[in-house]
Design a protein around this ligand. Structure first.
Ligand SMILES: Nc1ncnc2c1ncn2[C@@H]1O[C@H](COP(=O)(O)OP(=O)(O)OP(=O)(O)O)[C@@H](O)[C@H]1O
Length: 353
């Protein structure tokens, strides 16, 4: 649990200091006032990961040359700083050399956003990121394997684009891809089996119906990386890119046996995405051994009031929940005792409830 948050030149915030209650808080305000940025800062501080930016650069206030996020959580003082010279991560004032060291023994996060529906109807990239975010939080080795795989994939694709192919070098990278690729694929497959029993509960809780939600893994190597490289060798050299491996993994989402991307209604797709994120929280808790912080960014807009309240009730009581919303008209009385911050033009003030 994070007990405080301090921002300096982060997105629209020049400076901000907040206390975060144990059960969490609501961040209420009009559009474009900074609500998402607060949740994003928490995600970066806890997991070094922004759910909406590919790099740290866009997180820096337009007119600033560095930004900082700090907070106390999990009995440590955490700090992330970024400037043009690079990023620094500190725990209790001591700078750490690697992201792995910073993340080790830290907190876990579930991010739920309006865009999650793309998990159901969008391309495989979103579903791979969903699995990667879970696997990376459960296993430090996974983060390492993924980053080595990505580097080797980039290098091998560049080699395949050269006018004269250097087969020895390509083969050297093939071996790296096989080593890390097998690890990534089996970790993703394992996480899907961990998610399966939770999905049944979460789907029922959010939809209020007996619907069967299931995943079917589709490895981008077809099952064996070694055989995949043999069978794609010719086409790779024609198309000049690596064609098999976990960068092409995907999984089918089936609702009552039918592909949800093609058959489920808009409302059902949104419910499935919520169920997937809630199941993520259940797995992080049961396997990762820690209660994650739930960051819910404006996910209520597309749900009817009954589902909004059902979702609020499903969230674990003992978890810290930080929630953004533009209004609270829909909230049932028994849920109304939350701490509320009014977010307005890059400031956040605690309101009397
Ligand atoms: N790097 C940056 N520097 C300064 N301002 C930024 C930066 N990045 C985004 N902003 C601005 O910060 C403001 C707040 O954005 P944010 O997404 O946090 O708002 P929000 O309250 O969540 O809005 P919504 O309800 O529309 O999602 C926006 O006006 C945005 O343009």
């Amino acid at each position: 649990m994070l007990t405080s948050l301090r921002l300096l030149n982060f997105r629209c915030f020049e400076s901000l200091s907040l206390e975060l209650p144990e059960e969490g808080a609501l961040f209420v305000g009009h559009n474009a006032q900074g609500k998402t940025s607060i949740l994003e800062a928490v995600c970066v501080l806890v997991r070094l990961h922004s759910p909406r930016a590919k790099s740290m650069r866009p997180l820096m206030k337009f007119d600033a040359s560095e930004f900082g996020i700090a907070g106390e959580g999990w009995e440590r003082d955490l700090q992330v700083r970024h400037s043009r010279a690079g990023s620094k991560m500190l725990i209790d004032g001591e700078e750490l050399k690697t992201q792995g060291e910073y993340l080790e023994n830290g907190g876990l996060v579930v991010w739920m956003g309006n865009e999650d529906v793309e998990l159901v109807r969008g391309s495989g990239g979103g579903r791979r990121r969903y699995l990667d975010f879970i696997c990376s939080q459960l296993d430090q080795g996974y983060r390492r394997a993924l980053s080595r795989y990505r580097r080797a994939l980039k290098a091998r694709n560049l080699l395949l684009k050269e006018p004269r192919l250097r087969e020895d070098s390509i083969q050297a990278y093939t071996e790296i891809l096989i080593e890390h690729g097998e690890y990534i694929t089996s970790a993703r497959q394992h996480v899907l089996t961990l998610l399966a029993p939770h999905l049944a509960n979460t789907q029922k809780s959010v939809s209020g119906r007996e619907e069967i939600l299931a995943f079917e893994y589709q490895p981008g190597s077809g099952g064996s990386m070694v055989r995949a490289f043999e069978s794609t060798a010719e086409s790779e050299r024609r198309q000049r890119q690596t064609l098999a491996g976990p960068h092409r993994d995907d999984f089918k989402i089936l609702l009552n046996g039918l592909p949800a991307g093609d058959y489920a209604s808009e409302g059902q797709q949104r419910t499935i995405a919520l169920a997937m994120k809630l199941a993520q929280g259940d797995v992080l808790r049961s396997v990762g051994g820690k209660m994650p912080v739930y960051l819910l960014d404006d996910i209520f807009g597309e749900l009817d009031p009954q589902r909004r309240n059902a979702l609020m009730r499903y969230l674990p009581k003992s978890a810290q929940k930080l929630i953004t919303t533009t209004n609270l008209d829909w909230m049932d009385q028994d849920l109304a005792g939350w701490s509320r911050y009014l977010v307005d033009a890059g400031s956040a003030k605690l309101e009397d409830s």
